[in-house]
Design a protein around this ligand. Structure first.
Ligand code: MN
Length: 213
């Protein structure tokens, strides 16, 4: 019956469209290697896999926050746990000194879900252009907050003591672009007159900020 064939054709077309997508990138770029490369890492022989391939120890250790921003991220990604390869998930511990900041940054490959396990944090993210709305909140121990994939976000310790957060990220290699470091601390530097025009300040101001990175 022609109508059944039509229906079948429709389902095949729909199914094909659903599958017609590239896998999400697992690194900033993957220049094609004609000898063969993969998006991520090649797989270890399953017969040689051990429990330690899925294991990390040390997330109880306080990160060293003695730095200008007063925070330290301890990552547990595919680099620390090879078993995370292809699983699309990872974790971090973030330590904050009193008034410490995790500066504005974005994860190009992951949404982040964060919980405060010690102290309190002011957190926020900014929506994309043209609105650039700031969505922010103060979190206390046990609170959970989400930073959608790709959006610029931050945390700041609002308490008098140190603070600790644990976050899950939806990539084995979430990546991190810290806005200040990327814009003012790139190597080689973005021309200061270009940044001066972009930020509507003079080149001297740009040079001062660049000197901090
Ligand atoms: Mn983050």
């Amino acid at each position: 019956m022609p109508s059944n064939f039509l229906l079948l054709g429709f389902f095949i077309a729909t199914f094909t469209v659903c599958l017609a997508s590239d896998p999400s990138p697992l690194q900033d770029f993957c220049v094609a290697n004609p000898k063969g490369s993969v998006n991520g890492f090649a797989c270890k022989d399953p017969k040689l896999v051990q429990a330690d391939d899925f294991f990390f120890s040390g997330l109880n250790i306080t990160g060293n926050t003695s730095n200008p921003v007063g925070s330290k991220v301890t990552p547990v990604t595919v680099t620390q746990i090879p078993g995370l390869n292809t699983l699309g998930i990872s974790m971090v511990r973030i330590d904050f000194s009193p008034s410490g900041v995790n500066p504005p940054h974005t994860h190009p490959r992951a949404t982040e879900i964060l919980t405060v396990i010690e102290g309190s944090l002011e957190v926020g993210f900014v929506t994309s252009n043209p609105n650039n709305t700031l969505i922010s909140k103060v979190l206390v121990k046990g609170d959970v907050f989400v930073f959608p994939q790709g959006l610029v976000h931050f945390q700041r310790n609002t308490g008098n003591a140190s603070a600790v957060a644990i976050a899950g990220l939806s990539s084995q290699t979430p990546g991190v672009i810290t806005i200040g470091n990327a814009v003012f601390g790139s190597n080689p530097a973005i021309p200061d007159d270009l940044l001066a025009k972009s930020f509507q300040v003079d080149a001297k101001t740009v040079d001062l900020i660049q000197s901090k990175f």
